[in-house]
Structure formats: C-alpha cells, structure tokens
Ligand binder design. Structure first.
Ligand code: SF4
Length: 221
C-alpha cells in the first residue's frame, strides 16, 4: 500500500466524481483506503457530527455570491474568514468562543474580539504569555531566550491557554498567531475544536502563501 500523495495528482479525479480504478494513480487513497472511506462517510451521519458538518457546508456555500453563481455559473467570494467564523458560530449555536493569541498579535486579537462580539457572540481570550512564567522555569536554556539571557522572558504557554478554555467550556477555539509548535500543542490539548484565524508568519505579515506565489522567495524557502 502506498502513502497518499494527493498533492502530486494532477487531474484530481475525485473532485470530478471519477472513481474508475484504471485511471487512478497507485498512490490514490481511493484505491488503498476503501473500507476507511466507507466507514468515514457513515460517521458524518452520527448525531455528534451531523449538524456541525452540515453547517460547515452551508457556511462554505454562503461564502459565495449565490446570484452570481446562478447567473454566471461561477463562484465569487463575498466574505472574509472572520465573518465566516462568526456565521459558523451562530449556525451551530455556540455560546462561548475562546481566542488563543500570541502577544505579538495582541492588536489583531482585540480587533477580532470586537468584530465577533458585534455579531452577538461571547468571546473569551487567553494570551500566550499567560501565567508569567520565565522560560527557564520550563526547561528552556537561558541562551535559548530571544533577548538577554539574564532577563525575564515569558514562556509561551499553549497548554495553559487550552486548559483555561477547557475549564470554562468554550464551544470552539480560535488561534490568532500562535507560534509553530505552540499552535500544535494548543490544538492537541484543547478539548473543543480549533480553527485558525491568523497563522503566524513573521516574515510575510502572516501571509505564508505569499512565499509560494512570489519568485522572490525562492532562495529562502
Ligand atoms: S484522492 Fe485520488 S484522485 Fe483524488 S487527488 Fe488524491 S490521488 Fe488524485
């Protein structure tokens, strides 16, 4: 059995509803994970997942101009992601959302909170430096600090961010700019589902896709 390599499959047959094994590449999961595909399809119908999954699809549909799609047969996006977060939260009846943010994106976290609250949502937030624990107290060496090794440098604390939200029982959590690794730990420890509003990319103004589009990045990626 080959590992899946969908990113290398040019025709993306599945997207067009084509399942004929004769045309599928050897690395195609539709060849190698047939039982899993069947059992997973059933899972979406369980009570726990059904409404969440359906509302995700409806939110996806509403991100496009319906009239434009009807008249021109093409999609035209009409909503930024933060609006999608708000609309999805309302659709699933979320009572409380948690924002786990990086201190470096404190302004963005404040603005996101205001926008989501204006949609009538209850928003809680926890910054990465919550706990005010020096990095060395968590086993990070002084020379591994970013600035002066002798001075206090707050450790990022993604486990604490997740556990705070677990305690107050948020319906889902939103990452704003957590560092690579810290975002994974937060996601791993969060009991509620996690979505990312802003992925941290210090170099590109938090727009990592630019390094895939621009040739000027070719020597540094
Ligand atoms: S599932 Fe199969 S057909 Fe679809 S992109 Fe992956 S390899 Fe290609």
């Amino acid at each position: 059995m080959q590992d899946p390599q969908c990113a290398k499959c040019q025709p993306k047959y599945c997207y067009h509803g084509k399942k004929d094994e004769k045309i599928l590449p050897e690395f195609c999961p539709m060849k190698n994970f047939k039982d899993l595909i069947r059992s997973t399809a059933e899972e979406y119908k369980t009570q726990e997942l059904h409404d969440f999954f359906i509302q995700a699809a409806v939110t996806e549909k509403e991100a496009y101009d319906e009239k434009y799609a009807r008249e021109k047969g093409k999609t035209f996006p009409i909503r930024p992601r933060i609006r999608e977060v708000a609309e999805f939260a309302k659709k699933i009846g979320a009572g409380k959302l948690g924002i786990a943010f990086c201190i470096g994106l404190a302004d963005e976290a404040e603005r996101a909170t205001e926008i989501l609250e204006n949609h009538g949502l209850k928003i809680c937030s926890a910054v990465c430096s919550c706990g005010a624990i020096d990095k060395t107290e968590l086993g990070i060496l002084p020379e591994q600090k970013i600035r002066d090794p002798e001075n206090f440098e707050s450790a990022c604390n993604p486990l604490l961010q997740a556990k705070i939200f677990n305690t107050i029982k948020t319906d889902f959590n939103i990452i704003i700019g957590l560092c690579i690794g810290h975002d994974m730990l937060f996601t791993k420890y969060s009991k509620a589902p996690v979505t990312t509003l802003i992925v941290k990319d210090r170099f590109s103004g938090h727009n990592p896709v630019i390094s895939l589009y621009s040739r000027y990045y070719k020597d540094i990626v």
